[in-house]
Design a protein around this ligand. Sequence first.
Ligand code: FMN
Length: 220
Amino acid sequence: MSGAETNATTDGTRADGARRTITLAMTGASGAQYGLRLLECLVAADIDVFLMLSKPAQVVIGTETSLALPGRVSEIGAFLTAHYRARPGQLRVFGREEWSSPVASGSGAPREMVICPCSMATVGVIAAGAGRELIERAADVVLKERGRLILVPRETPFSVIHLENMLALARLGVTILPPSPGFYHEPTTMEDLVDFVVARILDQLDVPQRLMPRWGLTTG
Ligand SMILES: Cc1cc2nc3c(=O)[nH]c(=O)nc-3n(C[C@H](O)[C@H](O)[C@H](O)COP(=O)(O)O)c2cc1C
């Protein structure tokens, strides 16, 4: 399905009237398309997004997509806001050492965070509780606050270290959601494959989506 329709009418606002905010981090694993499409869908669903990009993620975005992302963090927010037609203030981008940002502390961080794509390096750091950059600290915060942390880890094949790190995190309640598209929806484009994975992430976040028909149901 084309476009970023998520069929969302109310999910941008929480029951208490506050805006819903989700933290999205992209790290330097292959699959930048997944993270960017997820960002597009969250913006379309009227959800506020706190975004972080690791330095390798910026390299991967440059390698795998045609997006001419500015290098400076201070310019990335404005660029992506225009690109995805976000509301003013809907999308905030934080730098690698922006310790004054809300995601750095349990008192300010959203309780929902997705790392998409997630490198094995970042998986390892989070599993070890050894975060030094803001993305890793933000994940550590969501873990300690017992929020919802979703990792979209990408590597193939996995080593025993990778698998053990992911198992350790899964046992802590982290959702390990590998970008493994099914083929039963008969994809014909790369976008179809990307949307399969992004739809599963949105389902985990309880964000209504109509990216593709649901198995056994006639409507999305
Ligand atoms: C084009 C490109 C693709 C990469 N793909 C992967 C990958 O699929 N999985 C992975 O774990 N690392 C991958 N890497 C290596 C990571 O970027 C590297 O380990 C980096 O240190 C991760 O740092 P980060 O987690 O802070 O982004 C890739 C690097 C590049 C440049």
